[in-house]
Write a protein that binds this ligand. Structure first.
Ligand SMILES: [Zn+2]
Length: 311
C-alpha cells in the first residue's frame, strides 16, 4: 500500500501555509534563501518564487559555459530554461513578473539606466502585478531584500520596494483596484534575506583560515569592511541541513551565471554546515504576535501562525 503523504501544514485556522519568495533576477532565488524554500516545500508548504525581471542583461559569469548567446532574446530564453530547472531542483513553483533587467550600471560617473528597465518603472506601476499575485496566491509569509537591496543593484532595490508596497497594500481593497481582480489579501509576515551578512562571511572566512581551507571570502571581507556597510539585525535562523544538495543543484541549473568550480562551491559542505548551518532573515514587518526574547532567534518563518501559537 502506498504511504499516505503527510498532511500539509496549516495555520491555526486550517489554511495551508503559503510562502512567497520575491527575487530580482533568475538565480537570486538559488543564492539567497534557497535551502529555506526547499525545506518548506518538502514540509508541504506551498512555495512560490517570484522573479521580477528576466535577467536579460546578465553577463555570462561562468567561464566554463562556452559561447554567449547572440541576442538579448536568446539570453532571456536560456535564462527561462535555467530558472525552470532551478525551480524543479528546489521543488517550488515560480512566476515571472515580466519586467526588464536594468543591468548593473558601472563606471564613474555611473551611466543612466536603460529606458524601460525595472529600475525606472514608477513604484505604483512596478508593484501592481505583485499586488495582484499576492491576492491570487495569498501568502502568509513574504521574503525579499532589505531597503538597500542587500547589494547595490537597481533591480534588487526595486525588488525591495515592490515587495514592501505589496505587503502594505494587497490587503487594502481600496488600493490597486483591478476590475475582476482577486479579493484583497493581507500577508502576515515580511522578511529580508540576509545570507551575505558580514557576520556570516567573517565567521566562515575565519573558520576556513583556522582549518587550513582556502577561503573564498578573503577579499570580500576586506572590501566590505572598507565600505563600512552597517550590519542589519538578524531575527531568524532557518536550519538548512539536508537541503544544501537541492540548493546546489538549483545554483548549478543557472549555468550561465554560476561557475561550478567557483565561489559558491569553494567550501566543503559538511564544513560549511558545521560553521554556519542556517539561512538568516530579518523580520521586517509582522501582523501576528511574535514571541522572541532579545538575543534569541526565531527558527520558523511561520512562527506565530501555526496551530497552538498565540494569536
Ligand atoms: Zn540579482
Amino acid at each position: 500500500m502506498a504511504e499516505q503523504a503527510p498532511a500539509a501544514p496549516t495555520t491555526a485556522g486550517g489554511d495551508p501555509l503559503r510562502l512567497m519568495a520575491v527575487h530580482a533576477h533568475p538565480d537570486d532565488e538559488s543564492s539567497k534563501g534557497a535551502a529555506t524554500t526547499a525545506r518548506y516545500a518538502a514540509e508541504g508548504v506551498e512555495v512560490l518564487v517570484v522573479t521580477c525581471t528576466g535577467g536579460e542583461r546578465g553577463d555570462i559569469l561562468n567561464p566554463s559555459f562556452g559561447e554567449a548567446p547572440g541576442t538579448p532574446e536568446e539570453m532571456a530564453a536560456l535564462r527561462r530554461d535555467e530558472m525552470a530547472a532551478a525551480a524543479a531542483a528546489l521543488g517550488v513553483r515560480q512566476h515571472w513578473l515580466g519586467f526588464v533587467d536594468s543591468g548593473l550600471p558601472e563606471g564613474d560617473p555611473l551611466p543612466p539606466l536603460p529606458e524601460g528597465c525595472f529600475g525606472l518603472v514608477p513604484l505604483e506601476e512596478a508593484a501592481a502585478p505583485l499586488v495582484e499575485l499576492v491576492r491570487e496566491f495569498r501568502p502568509h509569509v513574504i521574503t525579499t531584500y532589505d531597503p538597500s537591496g542587500g547589494y547595490p543593484h537597481p533591480d534588487h532595490i526595486k525588488c525591495h520596494d515592490v515587495s514592501f508596497e505589496a505587503f502594505a497594500a494587497a490587503g487594502d481593497p481600496e488600493r490597486y483596484v483591478v476590475d475582476g481582480g482577486a479579493p484583497a489579501w493581507t500577508p502576515s509576515k515580511l522578511y529580508y534575506n540576509h545570507d551575505f551578512s558580514m557576520n556570516r562571511i567573517r565567521a566562515v572566512h575565519e573558520a576556513c583560515v583556522a582549518a587550513g581551507i582556502e577561503s573564498p571570502f578573503g577579499e570580500w571581507v576586506e572590501r566590505r569592511e572598507a565600505r563600512e556597510i552597517p550590519e542589519r539585525e538578524v531575527t531568524t535562523r532557518i536550519e538548512i541541513a539536508g537541503f544544501t544538495d537541492q540548493r546546489d543543484a538549483a545554483l548549478r541549473a543557472h549555468a550561465t551565471q554560476i561557475d561550478p568550480a567557483g565561489f559558491f562551491f569553494a567550501i566543503p559542505r559538511d564544513f560549511e554546515l558545521e560553521v554556519w548551518p542556517w539561512e538568516e532573515y530579518e523580520l521586517a514587518e509582522s501582523r501576528v504576535r511574535v514571541d522572541r526574547a532579545d538575543g534569541e532567534y526565531e527558527t520558523d518563518l511561520f512562527a506565530g501562525l501555526r496551530p497552538g501559537d498565540a494569536a
